[in-house]
Design a protein around this ligand. Sequence first.
Ligand code: SF4
Length: 360
Amino acid sequence: MQNWTYEELLSVYNTPLLDLIYKAATVHRENHDATKVQVSTLLSIKTGGCPEDCGYCPQAARYHTGIEKNDLMSVEQVKKAAKEAKDKGSSRLCMGAAWRNVKEGKDFDAVVDMVRAVNELDMEVCCTLGMITESQAKRLEHAGLYAYNHNLDSSEEYYKEVISTRGYEDRLKTIDNVRKTNITVCSGGIIGMGEKAEDRVKMLLTLANMNPTPESVPINALVAVEGTPLEDQQKTPIWDVVRMIATTRIALPKTQVRLSAGRTDMSNEGQALCFMAGASSIFAGDKLLTTPNPDFVSDMELFNILGLSPKDPFADKCKPEIKEDIASSSDEKWSRPAHQIEKNLVATEKGKEARKAVKS
Ligand code: SF4
C-alpha cells in the first residue's frame, strides 16, 4: 500500500489528460483483467422520506422533488428483483434504504432476511442503509452480506456545504464499524456539486490512505434533481469524470472503480474513455435508486463494441457463508443526534438561500 501525500495525488490529478489516461490504463492492466466489468443492480428497498439533508438527494423529506415515499419492500419482492437482475447479467444486488441510520426492529430484521435470500441466489449482496453500528454490521455479516456502501461524498471541508445533519466523522465511524467485520467496504463520492479539484483530491486521499483501502470506490457525477439545493448545478464535463476515474485508478490500484451515477448524460465514447481510464464496474438497470440510468440492453451493446464482458460473482472474494443470526444493537453515539435535526433543517434552508444568492 502506498501512503499518498496530498501534493502527490494533486499532481496525479493535474497530469495532462492523455498522459493520465495512459498511466491509469497501465495501472489498470497490471492489476485487473481489463476486459471484465463488474455489473451491479441498485435497488431502492425503501424510498423517500429520509430525515437527512444531503443537498443532492431527492429522497430527503425536506426537499420538494415529487418522490413518492414507499415503505420497505417485502423479502419476496426483493428476491424477484434480484432474480431479474441476475438473469440480465448483474453479479451484485445493492439494496438502498433512505434511512439516517439502521434502527433495530422489524425493518432491520426484514433487511437481514433479504440479505440471506439474495446470498442464497449466489449473488454478491451489498447494502446502503445509512449509519450502522458495529454489532449491526456483524449481524449483516452473519446474514451473508458481501459489501456495505457508505460514501464520503466529498472532502471533509466541502462535505459541510452539502450536508449538515451528520458529520464526516460519522461517515468514517460507519466505515470503521464495517471494517471490523469481513464485509467489504464500498465508499466513494460525487463530483459536480460545486466542489473544487482540491476537494476531489482530498476525498481520494482519505480513501487511498485507509488501511485496508475500500474494495470498491463509486465515482458519481451529480444528477441535479429539481427541488434539491443543488438543482441548478451545471452538468459535470465528461473530461472531469474521466480525470477523476483515472486518478482514482492510480490512487487505488486494486479497487473496483465504479462508474456510477450520471451515465445517462455521457456518450458511449465518454464511457469508453472511462473504461480505458480504469473504471471496472457499473450499475446497470434503468434506475439508480430514483434517478435514470442506461438500460441493460444498451450497456451490453456497448460492452460488445468495446470487447468487455460482465465479471462473474465472487471473482475477487469467496461467497460469504451464512451463519446463525445474532443480536445487534443501535446503541452508538453519532456526532449529531436525531434531536438536532430540527435545528439543522433551519440551517439547511438558510444554506439553500445562501447558495442561490451566490449563484445569482
Ligand atoms: S441519507 Fe441517503 S437517502 Fe437520506 S438524504 Fe442522504 S443520500 Fe438521501
